[in-house]
Write a protein that binds this ligand. Structure first.
Ligand SMILES: *[C@@H]1O[C@H](CO)[C@@H](O)[C@H](O)[C@H]1NC(C)=O
Ligand SMILES: *[C@@H]1O[C@H](CO)[C@@H](O)[C@H](O)[C@H]1NC(C)=O
Ligand SMILES: *[C@@H]1O[C@H](CO)[C@@H](O)[C@H](O)[C@H]1NC(C)=O
Length: 378
């Protein structure tokens, strides 16, 4: 009987081990592993992009499950805002507890010794190898001394817009920019219409609900607001040194004359041609110069000098920045378009052909941005 009991309890503990050992997770999730497998910031960005929720992945239920709750959305906003304030104190412990089992904050040091603080999703589904949530990632230089320019870089359309994620990461790093934002879902991750804005014209086309440039319910939008708030807390976004730059990729046949088509989110008009100094006007000239030096082909234009229709007037981040210069809890970016009278020009939308977003053009981009935005003394 005693022998039996010993044997029996041995079996019980064996079974308990089987049941509970795997939950003592010492293994890194797939996204956490990116931090040890990547050597450069480009590599890290590519590694994190690999888990992006792909086109057509969501249905009504899985989309709702992946969306943040009200509490999580608030925590996500705070997490991004806190990230902007990090200064050699990059750790998950500064994350709001409401999202600590979904998100992490980790230090990444590239082979050249530059360090970054990264907010990213740690929950990757082991079967699909896609993010469970897909809210995106954000990063800043790990110390304030590592920031050279108050420019904020983002790439809202991972995979869909070609290699804009890795492009944005490289340009963020090489210009010494303050922040980088990339969502964790493709714009067409759920083929349902955006409840926020609809495209003008053709009835058959639509903006998708998961398109963060056209739906203010996407977490990428909140992250932009958190960065905008931080920038305002530094005394605003001066034209000489600050901007929010969104990198996009266009099809070769769309606006085929333009290598890069820049817009502030306003369509044609005297705003682009009057005598007022705006970031986008300087950037256009510096890009023309830098691409010329690099012997790169094509035209780099503003809405005043191109027939291209990709002016981003319905971009919700652009509308917010153009309409709500001081941070505001009352906004209506779905219905209120930007007004040229109050638009300062902090929002810069860059549509690029394949060449402009390829690694061949990175040097020219970095030089042009460096020459457009004054570096700051910390
Ligand atoms: C870690 O992962 C390996 C391979 O998937 C697995 O065999 C091992 O049991 C895991 N370890 C823990 C502590 O979960
Ligand atoms: C990190 O350090 C900076 C500078 O000391 C401080 O202002 C900031 O509040 C700290 N952040 C957190 C989340 O502790
Ligand atoms: C751009 O600016 C950064 C930060 O000031 C600097 O390290 C880098 O060398 C500059 N690159 C170019 C091409 O001007």
């Amino acid at each position: 009987m005693l022998a039996f009991t010993v044997l029996f309890s041995g079996w019980i503990s064996f079974l308990l081990n089987l049941l509970f050992a795997p939950s003592v997770q010492t293994n890194l999730s797939l996204s956490e592993a990116c931090f040890s497998t990547s050597q450069t910031l480009n590599g890290l960005a590519e590694c994190l992009e690999d888990f992006t929720v792909l086109k057509g992945t969501y249905n009504h239920f899985t989309y709702l499950e992946a969306q943040p709750t009200v509490t999580q959305r608030d925590a996500w906003f705070k997490a991004t805002h806190t990230l902007l304030y990090t200064d050699n104190n990059c750790t998950t412990s500064i994350l709001p507890s409401a999202i600590q089992d979904i998100y992490a904050i980790d230090l990444f040091t590239d082979i050249s010794g530059k360090s970054f603080c990264v907010l990213y999703e740690r929950t990757v589904n082991p079967c699909s190898k896609l993010y469970e949530k897909g809210w995106g990632f954000a990063m800043v230089p790990a110390s304030r001394a590592g920031v050279s320019r108050l420019i904020h870089i983002s790439a809202p359309h991972p995979f869909f817009d070609g290699e804009t994620t890795v492009e944005a990461a490289q340009i963020f790093s090489e210009t010494g920019a303050k922040s980088l934002l990339v969502p964790g879902r493709m714009r067409n991750a759920f083929y349902a219409p955006s409840p926020c804005v609809q495209p003008t014209g053709s009835k058959s086309s639509m903006y998708y609900i998961t398109d963060p440039a056209h739906n203010d319910q996407e977490p990428f939008f909140d992250a932009n607001l958190a960065v905008w708030d931080w920038q305002n807390e530094q005394g605003g976004c001066p034209s000489s040194s600050c901007a929010f730059i969104q990198f996009h990729g266009k099809a070769e046949k769309t606006c085929s004359e333009d290598t890069i088509f820049l817009s502030t989110g306003l369509s044609r008009g005297s705003w682009y041609t009057d005598g007022v100094d705006r970031p986008i006007k300087r950037l256009q000239q510096k890009l023309v110069h830098a691409f010329h030096l690099a012997n790169a082909p094509g035209k780099i234009s503003l809405p005043s000098h191109s027939r291209c229709i990709l002016t981003a007037t319905k971009n919700v981040v652009g509308r917010y920045i153009n309409n709500y210069p001081t941070s505001s809890t009352q906004y209506d970016v779905c219905h209120r378009s930007a007004s040229p009278d109050i638009t300062e020009g902090a929002f810069v939308h860059a549509e690029q052909n394949a060449f402009a977003r390829s690694d061949k053009a990175r040097g020219a981009w970095v030089r042009a941005l460096n020459d457009t935005f004054a570096s700051i003394n910390v």
